[in-house]
Write a protein that binds this ligand. Structure first.
Ligand SMILES: [Zn+2]
Length: 310
C-alpha cells in the first residue's frame, strides 16, 4: 500500500499518521513534543518519531513511505523548508526539510504551517470537501485562519495570508499580542471568552466551554459576553467575505466545540451584516485536532504529484 508520513508538531504533543493517496488514515500515533527538554531535544524527538513512522510503514505495508509532510507552528518559509521561528518551541531558522530528508534517507519532505495545513485538510477531505473557495478560521488560544482557493491554501507573499485574528474589528479595543488594539482575537478567541467569563463569573477557572453552558442555561452575563464575541467574529467574517467571497466559512478550534450555541447566532449575525455580498455557508470544522496532521500528509502527496508532472 502506497503511503506517506504525516506529522503535526504542536506545542505539547505531536500527532502523526500514515496516509494513503485518497487521504484515508492507515495508521495513527501520538507522542509528546517534550519542549521542557529544550529545542535541540524537540528536534531530535521529531526526527526520531518520523524515523519510527517510516519503520512502521515498512513493517505494515512492506514498502517505504513515498514522502513525508510535517506541519509546524509559528513562522515558516515553505519554499525553502525552513521553520523560521516558533515562540512555543524555541527554534529559529531551523532547516526542518533538510534535517528530516537526511534522517529519512533522502525522502522528499514538505514543510507546512500548522493552521494552513489544517485548513487544507478541512477544505479537501473535511467540512469543505468539494468546495473551491473557503475560509478556515480556528478559534483557539488566538485566532488563526487559512484561505482556500482551488484545492490549495494561499499563504500570501510573506507567509502571513489568512491572519484574520489580527483584523482590527474594534479600533481602540483591547491590546493584542501583536501590538495593535482591537484585533479579532482579543475579542472572539476561546481565550478571550474564557478571560471575560472568568472575570464576570468570579471563578478564575471558568473557561469558554463553561461560558457556553451558562449561555444555554440562560445566564444573562454569559449571554452578553457571548454576544460580544459573536458580533466581533461576524464583523471579521463579513470583512473577509467582502475581500475574498468564499462560498464556505469553516470554523474550528475550542470555541466551535460549543456547536449550535455558537453557530446559530453567528449565522444570524453574519446574515444581518451582509449588504451586497453573497452569504457564505458557515459550518463547523470536522477533523478536530487531526486536521493539521492530515493536511501535512496531503502536502506530501501534493509534492509527489508535482514531481511527476515536473
Ligand atoms: Zn493582533
Amino acid at each position: 500500500m502506497k503511503h506517506v508520513i504525516a506529522l503535526d508538531v504542536g506545542g505539547t504533543g505531536m500527532k502523526a499518521a500514515l496516509l494513503a493517496q485518497d487521504g484515508s488514515v492507515l495508521f495513527e500515533a501520538r507522542r509528546p513534543t517534550g519542549r521542557e527538554h529544550g529545542t535541540d531535544a524537540v528536534v531530535a524527538t521529531i526526527l526520531d518519531f518520523a524515523a519510527d513512522l517510516a519503520d512502521e510503514g515498512r513493517s505494515r505495508f512492506g514498502c517505504a513511505p513515498l514522502a513525508a509532510g510535517v506541519a509546524v507552528p509559528g513562522t515558516i518559509d515553505e519554499k525553502n523548508g525552513i521553520a523560521v521561528f516558533s515562540a512555543n518551541l524555541g527554534w529559529r531558522d531551523l532547516p526542518m526539510r533538510r534535517l528530516l530528508g537526511e534522517r529519512l534517507g533522502g525522502l522528499p519532505v514538505a514543510l507546512g504551517h500548522d493552521v494552513r495545513s489544517g485548513g487544507l485538510a478541512e477544505g479537501r477531505i473535511g467540512a469543505g470537501r468539494g468546495v473551491d473557495r473557503f475560509l478556515f478560521i480556528a478559534l483557539g488560544t488566538g485566532i488563526a485562519g487559512a484561505i482556500g482557493i482551488g484545492g490549495r491554501i494561499e499563504a500570501g507573499a510573506h507567509g502571513y495570508g489568512g491572519e484574520i485574528g489580527h483584523v482590527v474589528v474594534r479600533p481602540g479595543g483591547p491590546t493584542c499580542g501583536c501590538g495593535a488594539r482591537g484585533c479579532l482575537e482579543t475579542l472572539a478567541s476561546a481565550s478571550a471568552v474564557s478571560r471575560a467569563w472568568a472575570g464576570a463569573s468570579g471563578d478564575p477557572a471558568a473557561d469558554a466551554a463553561a461560558c457556553a453552558l451558562a449561555v444555554d442555561a440562560g445566564d444573562e452575563r454569559a449571554a452578553r459576553i457571548w454576544r460580544a464575541a459573536v458580533e466581533a467574529l461576524a464583523d471579521g467574517i463579513v470583512l473577509a467575505q467582502s475581500l475574498l467571497d468564499p462560498s464556505t466559512v469553516i470554523v474550528g478550534g475550542g470555541l466551535a466545540e460549543s456547536g449550535d450555541t455558537l453557530f446559530t447566532p453567528l449565522r444570524d449575525a453574519v446574515a444581518e451584516r451582509l449588504t451586497f455580498q453573497m452569504p457564505p455557508k458557515v459550518v463547523p470544522a470536522m477533523l478536530k485536532d487531526t486536521a493539521a496532521s492530515l493536511g501535512a500528509g496531503l502536502l506530501a502527496w501534493d509534492l509527489l504529484s508535482m514531481e511527476v508532472t515536473a
